[in-house]
Ligand binder design. Structure first.
Ligand SMILES: C[S@@+](CC[C@H](N)C(=O)[O-])C[C@H]1O[C@@H](n2cnc3c(N)ncnc32)[C@H](O)[C@@H]1O
Length: 114
């Protein structure tokens, strides 16, 4: 969904690349892009630990619930640095915790959703 919003924000002159590791998500995304008539967006198969994006290509890197799924955070951030142009930006909307979450909080869905 974030890729589609980004495609609207950058407009016809911009470009958006969505990366996902699952063929199912890629297929759904490509179908939706075609139905919406968005021509400035493409989806590539790959892991964000090694994203199929050229060095210095991106103005902005967005993660909404993906970086937090990757055990090697430092490796992911190195890749973000690699694909961003100098002065580019990163926006992360993931839930990250630095200390163990109590079991009671883990079970309270209201604490995990907006
Ligand atoms: C919680 S969803 C994110 C949804 C996304 N923000 C959106 O708007 O559709 C997590 C997605 O990340 C993908 N994913 C998880 N780990 C990944 C990885 N290491 N590399 C690439 N994709 C990954 C999953 O296949 C799944 O589609």
């Amino acid at each position: 969904m974030d890729s589609f919003l980004a495609a609207l924000w950058v407009g016809p002159a911009g470009r958006v690349v969505g990366v996902d590791m699952t063929p199912e998500m890629l297929e759904r995304s490509r179908e939706l892009a075609a139905r919406l008539g968005l021509t400035n967006i493409e989806f590539r198969e790959g892991f964000i630990e090694e994203p199929p994006i050229e060095d210095g290509w991106a103005d902005v890197v967005i993660s909404n619930g993906v970086f937090n799924l990757c055990p090697d955070k430092l490796g992911v951030y190195r890749q973000v640095h690699r694909v961003l142009r100098p002065g580019g930006r990163m926006t992360v909307a993931d839930i990250c915790v630095e200390t163990p979450v109590p079991e009671e909080a883990m079970r309270d869905i209201d604490l995990w959703t907006g």
